[in-house]
Design a protein around this ligand. Structure first.
Ligand code: 9MR
Length: 474
C-alpha cells in the first residue's frame, strides 16, 4: 500500500494514574556502608531503556498472534506499551450499530495488564475501517452515531488506557492543507473537537491524541495544517493532550531531516508528542541509521513520551515485503534493533531535575585538585516517592535529598506490597525485585551536595509502594 493512498493512522500511557506523594523520611547515621555500583547501567531491552528516561517503547499487537510463543516472547521481553493493531477500530468494536464487541481488544488489554504494559487505544473516529452501517450514514445521524461510539468505547476502557487516538487521519495529503473529505467531515468541521470532548467526558484519565501520517516533515502542508488545528484547539480549550506521528517511512516518504523540528514545534504548543506507528522499509546500515535518527530525535524532545513500532517481526508488518521492523521473521534482532537500543541508552532524562546519565569524568575516588577544608562525610538523607499507579502496574519516582552535609553514596530501602514486582530501574541499582528492596546509587550519581537532591525511579507490576522509604547515606 502506498503511503499516499493509505486511508489511514496512532498512541500513549495509562489511565487511572493516581499521583500519590508519599512522605519522605529517614535520616540515617553516617557511616552506613553503601556499595557503589560499578557495572554499566545501560538497560538491555527497548522498554527498559526507554523507561530509564521516563518514556515507553511499544509495539502494535494483533490478538490472533498472542498464541505465537516467539511473538509473545519478544513482546514480553522488549516492550512496555502496546497498541491493538486492528482490534479497537470501529468495525471491530461496533460491527452492528449499538452492538459492541470487545473480545479481541480485551484479550490484548488483559495481556498488557498482566505484563505491566501500558495500552494505547487506536482509534475512536476514523474515515476508514468503518462498519458497513456507518459507511452508509451521513449528517446528524452519523454525527450522533460517531459520538455514541466514542462514548461507549471510551467508557468500556475507562481508566485502563494510557492514551486514545481519538481521531485518526483527518487531513488530506498533498499541498492543500485541507481536511480530508469523508462522511465524518461532511457532518461539519467541528466533528473532530466534538469527538475529543466526548472522549474526555467518557475517560478523563486517558491522554487524548490526534494521530496522522505524512505529518513528519515540518515543511509539508499537511503537517502545518495539523499544527494549526492543534494550536487552535489549545487556544480554545478543546481537550487535546497529544499528537501522534505515525512515521511510516520508505523511499517515497523517507525520514525527514527536520523531524526533530516537527516534534519540538508541536510540543511547544503544550501537547505531548509520540511516534505511534513507526516502521522504516529497508535493511542493514541504512535502515539502522534511520531508526537511530528517529529515536535520537524523540529523546531530544522532552515531551516526546514514547515510540511505538507497527509490529514486532518483519513478517508481522502490514508492509512485510519492505522488512521495516526491528526483528526478522525468525525473531532475531536486526541491526536496526541495536541502533534503536543504543540511541535509547543515550537518552537524557525527561525530567530536568534528574541528573545526567553520563558518568562523571572524574571517578568518585579521585581526590579533588584543591581539597575542601571540611570533608563532606555523612549527614544523612531523606527519600520521597511519587507514584503513578494504573491497573496492573506503576512507576515510582524517588527523590533522594541530602541533609546538612553532602553524601558520597546513598541507598533507599522500600517495601513493596505483596504481589508487586520491579521490572526495571533507572538511575539506581536494585538489590531485588519484590518484598523489601534496596536501591543503591548508580556508579555515576553517588554524590549529592548538602541540601541537594537526585532522583531515580523504577517501574513495576502490581501495586506500587505506599510505605515510607528509608534512606541511608555514606
Ligand atoms: O496494520 C493495519 C492493517 O493490519 C490493517 O489491515 C489496516 C487497515 O485497517 O490498518 C493497518 O494499520 C494502519 C493504522 O490503523 C493507521 N495508520 C496506518 C496503518 C497502516 O495501514
Amino acid at each position: 500500500m502506498n503511503q499516499f493512498s493509505v486511508p489511514a493512522s496512532a498512541t500513549r500511557r495509562s489511565p487511572l494514574r493516581v499521583a500519590t506523594t508519599l512522605i519522605a523520611a529517614s535520616v540515617v547515621a553516617a557511616g552506613a556502608a553503601v556499595a557503589l555500583a560499578s557495572s554499566a547501567d545501560a538497560a538491555t531491552t527497548l522498554g527498559a531503556s526507554a523507561a530509564a528516561s521516563g518514556r515507553y517503547f511499544g509495539a502494535a499487537v494483533a490478538a490472533n498472534k498472542l498464541s505465537d510463543s516467539t511473538y509473545v516472547g519478544i513482546l514480553n521481553r522488549e516492550f512496555n506499551s502496546v497498541t491493538p493493531e486492528n482490534e479497537m477500530k470501529i468495525d471491530a468494536t461496533e460491527p452492528s450499530q449499538g452492538q459492541f464487541s470487545y473480545t479481541n481488544a480485551d484479550r490484548i488489554v488483559s495481556h498488557a495488564k498482566a505484563q505491566g504494559m501500558q495500552v494505547r487505544g487506536h482509534t475512536l473516529a476514523w474515515h476508514s475501517q468503518q462498519p458497513g452501517w456507518m459507511q452508509n450514514m451521513s449528517g446528524t445521524a452519523l454525527r450522533n452515531a460517531m459520538l455514541n461510539h466514542v462514548t461507549q468505547v471510551a467508557t468500556h476502557y475507562r481508566g485502563q488506557l494510557s492514551a486514545w487516538d481519538v481521531v485518526n487521519e483527518a487531513f488530506a495529503d498533498g499541498s492543500s492543507g485541507a481536511r480530508r473529505d469523508s462522511n465524518l467531515q461532511r457532518t461539519g468541521n467541528d466533528w473532530i473537537e466534538a469527538a475529543f470532548r466526548a472522549a474526555r467526558a467518557a475517560d478523563p484519565a486517558a491522554k487524548l491524541c490526534y494521530n496522522d501520517y505524512n505529518t513528519d516533515d515540518w515543511s509539508h502542508a499537511k503537517t502545518q495544517a495539523v499544527y494549526t488545528m492543534v494550536r487552535d484547539f489549545k487556544s480554545r480549550g478543546v481537550p487535546i493532550d497529544c499528537v501522534g506521528f505515525q512515521s511510516h517511512f520508505n523511499s517515497n516518504s523517507p525520514y525527514p531531516s527536520n523531524y526533530r523540528t516537527t516534534l519540538s514545534s508541536f510540543a511547544a504548543l503544550g501537547v505531548d508528542v509520540a511516534i505511534t506507528e513507526l516502521d522504516i522499509e529497508g535493511s542493514g546500515t541504512a535502515q539502522a541509521t534511520s531508526y537511530r535518527n528517529v529515536v535520537t530525535d524523540c529523546i531530544a524532545v522532552p515531551r516526546c513520551i514514547g515510540i511505538t513500532v507497527w509490529g514486532i517481526r518483519d513478517t508481522d508488518s502490514w508492509r512485510s515485503s519492505g522488512t521495516p521492523l526491528l526483528f526478522d521473521g525468525s525473531g532475531n534482532k536486526k541491526a536496526a534493533y541495536t541502533a534503536a537500543l543504543d540511541a535509547l541508552n543515550g537518552a537524557p532524562p525527561t525530567n530536568p531535575t534528574t541528573p545526567p546519565t553520563t558518568p562523571p569524568t572524574t571517578p568518585p575516588t579521585s581526590p579533588p585538585t584543591s581539597p575542601p577544608t571540611t570533608p563532606p562525610t555523612g549527614g544523612g538523607c531523606t527519600a520521597s516517592v511519587t507514584l503513578n499507579q494504573w491497573n496492573g502496574g506503576f512507576t515510582a519516582a524517588i527523590r533522594v535529598t541530602a541533609g546538612s552535609a553532602a553524601v558520597n553514596g546513598w541507598a533507599v530501602t522500600l517495601t513493596l506490597p505483596s504481589g508487586a514486582t520491579v521490572t526495571n530501574t533507572w538511575n539506581a541499582v536494585a538489590g531485588g525485585s519484590s518484598g523489601t528492596v534496596r536501591f543503591a546509587n548508580a556508579s555515576y550519581n553517588p554524590r549529592i551536595p548538602a541540601g541537594g537532591n537526585t532522583e531515580f525511579g523504577f517501574q513495576g507490576t502490581g501495586t506500587g509502594p505506599s510505605a515510607t522509604p528509608s534512606c541511608a547515606a555514606s
